[in-house]
Every structure is written in structure tokens, then in C-alpha cells.
Ligand binder design. Structure first.
Ligand code: ATR
Length: 279
């Protein structure tokens, strides 16, 4: 963070309701310091009904851009002058740029998810994916898997009908009945939990991980706790695991690039600072 705010200091932030839990200020202010950028990144606690007022107000006051978190990611779409094709396909915007006097929406979650997988599990095979959950996060994950070249994306969701809504994101989606020992696990190269199961206060996601081939990678987008019970079980079986914090860091990396034209480094030091902010 820039410790000497002046009349020239730029600003960006995260719009959410609630937003006090957000780790995005810790991430972006760290990079401002690292790259010597005269800017600050702050939370914008904004009620859903006030979003349509907040977006034009931020544009008018010279804000560089914002991230959006719950419950705003879908709500913001009609309030933007332009939306990039990936965000349009996912149906959600997590990053807005106010460059050139207009609000443009992007989705950097798909980028963040895949960049983290490539970083943490570079040998992952890209044929068959097994996704749990079919909510907003699943849409970004499915878009990333499709883009990465997966041939089939099995999706298991408690509410089976919701899987159909993912066809607009990828034609490679194949619904799977809710069953922890689903036979599709036997052929999965990559398992991704996008559901809230495993999050603190939630029950764990029970999956028969023993059915997976030994090269399978098990990823969770939940990062509270950093190691979910699913991750711990996968680790005990000797499988490669990928935690959810990296997705958060890499979606921020892409947003930062959109705003400042610099792809900042996701370093071990940044990861440590963010873990400290989370504690
Ligand atoms: P997000 O934007 O984080 O994806 P969401 O859109 O509310 O949040 O989606 C939450 C996902 O977690 C959904 O797939 C949800 O399943 P349903 O579609 O059946 O609601 C899943 N989920 C949440 N709690 C669950 C539980 N107790 N058992 C199984 N799935 C659960």
C-alpha cells in the first residue's frame, strides 16, 4: 500500500456485501508496494440495491477499477457498457475496469483457477475432469476446463437440474448422479470441488477418492480451511492436491494486469502475507 496518500494517488477496490472478510486489499496493496504504484485498494461495502448507483459513481470519481464478490457478480452485468466474451459466457463479472471513461466487465476467475492448477500440478492430464457443484464458481471452473482442452467434464451436483445450466458454458459437461462413489471417478484426471462442502462450519465433501487413478489431481476452490478434509484425504492417498488460495491469488494477478498493464508476481512471500491477513 502507498503509505503517503496525496492528491495524485489512484484508487481501486472490492465491492461486496459483506466485504470485511475480503483478502483482495491485502493482495493488491502488497503489489502496489512491490511495483511502486501510487495507489490504494479499499473495500466498498455495497448493498445489492445500491450497486447500480455505486458503479457510475465510481466511474465518475476516477476509480481505476473494482473487483466484485458476493452477491454482485451476476447483478452487475446490465450496469456495464461492455462485457468481455469469457465473462459473458460464465454469466458473472469479478473485475471491472473504468479505463477510457466506460465500465467494462471481465471474469478472471477462470484464468485464476487454471493458472493455479498449472502452477501447482504442471503434469496434470487434460482429458477427463470431475467437478462437484454447479453454482457460480463451477461456471468459471467449467469455462477454464473447456478452454484448457478437457474432452469430458463430469459434473455432480446435489440438485441435478442445476447441472443443465452449465451447458451454456461448455458442451463437454456430462451430468453425474449424486453418489460419493460415482464410477466416473475411475477415469478422472482432475477432481475439483466447487461446492461449499468442506468449508469451515460446513460438512466435508465425502468422495471415494480410492477409486481415482494414481496420477489424479484433487483441487478444492475452498480455502478456509487451507486444507479441506477432502484435500487431507487425497494427500494421505498420495494424490497431488491443489488448494483454493492460489485461485484467489491468480484471479487477482489478472485483474491487476487489466488495471495497470503489469502481470504481478504471485510469490511465496505474497502467499504468506495473505495467509497472515486471513488468520
Ligand atoms: P458459489 O458461487 O460459491 O458457487 P453457489 O452458487 O451458492 O455458490 O453454489 C454452491 C454450490 O455448493 C452448489 O452447487 C450447491 O449445491 P445445490 O445446487 O444443490 O444447492 C453446493 N452445496 C452447498 N451446500 C451443499 C450441501 N450441504 N451438500 C451438497 N452440495 C452443497
Amino acid at each position: 500500500m502507498n503509505s503517503e496518500v496525496s492528491g495524485k494517488t489512484k484508487f481501486a477496490g472490492v465491492i461486496g456485501w459483506p466485504v470485511s472478510h475480503s483478502l483482495s486489499p491485502a493482495i493488491h496493496n502488497y503489489w502496489f508496494e512491490q511495483y511502486g504504484i501510487d495507489a490504494v485498494y479499499v473495500p466498498f461495502p455495497t448493498r445489492p440495491e445500491a450497486l447500480s448507483t455505486a458503479i457510475p459513481a465510481l466511474l465518475e470519481t476516477g476509480c481505476i477499477g473494482t473487483n466484485l464478490t458476493l452477491p454482485h457478480k451476476e447483478l452487475v452485468l446490465p450496469m456495464l457498457a461492455d462485457v468481455d466474451p469469457i465473462a459473458r459466457a460464465i454469466g458473472a463479472v469479478n473485475t471491472v475496469s473504468f479505463a477510457d471513461g466506460a465500465a467494462k466487465g471481465y471474469n478472471t476467475d477462470a484464468y485464476g483457477f487454471w493458472k493455479n492448477i498449472e502452477e501447482r500440478a504442471p503434469k496434470v492430464q487434460k482429458k477427463i475432469a470431475f467437478v462437484v457443484g454447479a453454482g457460480g464458481a463451477a461456471r468459471a471452473v467449467v469455462a477454464a476446463l473447456d478452454q484448457a482442452g478437457f474432452e469430458a467434464i463430469f459434473v455432480m451436483n446435489r440438485t441435478r437440474d442445476k447441472v443443465n445450466s452449465l451447458y451454456s458454458v461448455s458442451r463437454k459437461v456430462r451430468p453425474v448422479e449424486w453418489f460419493p462413489a460415482a464410477e466416473e471417478l475411475e477415469v478422472a484426471d482432475l477432481v475439483v470441488n466447487t461446492s461449499s462442502l468442506g468449508m469451515v462450519t460446513q460438512p466435508p465433501l465425502e468422495l471415494a477418492l480410492g477409486k481415482l487413478p494414481p496420477h489424479a489431481v484433487v483441487a478444492d476452490i475452498v480455502y478456509t480451511p487451507l486444507e479441506t478434509p477432502l484435500q487431507a484425504a487425497a494427500r494421505r492417498l498420495g494424490l497431488t492436491t491443489v488448494d483454493g488460495l492460489g485461485m484467489l491469488l491468480y484471479q487477482a494477478q489478472k485483474a491487476f494486469e487489466i488495471w495497470f498493464g503489469i502481470l504481478p508476481e504471485v510469490s511465496a512471500d505474497l502467499r504468506m502475507k495473505v495467509l497472515e491477513a486471513k488468520a
